[in-house]
Design a protein around this ligand. Structure first.
Ligand SMILES: [Fe+2]
Length: 186
């Protein structure tokens, strides 16, 4: 509704209902990532420590700074994508203030890729902290199994994770994710 819209600093028409829905979607996504990461840790025999739980439960908190872009029902321009790609840094700054250094580090690195083609720094392999690698896999599993406005049609989470093993994702953690997907609906 036009009455619920106003122009923001980027010149976008804001829809408050859409923003609230996007914030709620973000919370639901965070909770799903926590649950999936806990399952992955159990399979990998890695302790699910508090800093990993916090990182999973807040990894996209930086998106709140660019929520009007995240919730936009259209393709984003390259400049807009650059702003969205700042969200790991914004989240890490927020978490650094809590003193949870490993959580902040995992949030900063959750879009790095195993093959070094991710962001913000393009580090790869085991240079990416373990927590960030677990978070990255849990994030992808959650994203592939929840509805997204910008994604048309159905995706096959199992095929997507298998294809990403060793490219985007740590192959060992991706194997655990495949086991999880095959064992039960996530
Ligand atoms: Fe993210």
């Amino acid at each position: 509704m036009v009455a619920d819209q106003e122009e923001d600093h980027l010149g976008l028409m804001l829809d408050r209902d859409a923003l609230l829905n996007a914030a709620c979607d973000l919370c639901r996504h965070h909770l799903r990532v926590v649950r999936i990461a806990r399952e992955l840790c159990s399979l990998l025999r890695v302790p699910f420590e508090e800093e990993l739980r916090v990182a999973c439960g807040m990894h996209d908190v930086g998106k709140l700074a660019v929520l009007e872009l995240v919730s936009a029902p259209r393709r984003l321009s390259e400049r807009e994508m650059e702003l969205v790609r700042l969200h790991p840094l914004i989240g890490a700054v927020l978490l650094t203030a809590t003193g949870l250094g490993r959580a902040a580090d995992a949030v900063l690195r959750h879009h790095e890729r195993w093959d070094g083609s991710g962001y913000p720094n393009g580090i790869g392999g085991e240079r990416i902290p373990l927590y960030a690698r677990i978070l990255g896999v849990a994030d992808m599993v959650a994203a592939l199994t929840e509805p997204r406005a910008y994604r048309g049609g159905r995706v096959d989470p199992e095929a997507e994770i298998a294809a990403a093993a060793g490219t985007a994702l740590d192959p060992e953690i991706a194997r655990a994710a495949l086991f999880l997907i095959r064992r039960e609906p996530v």
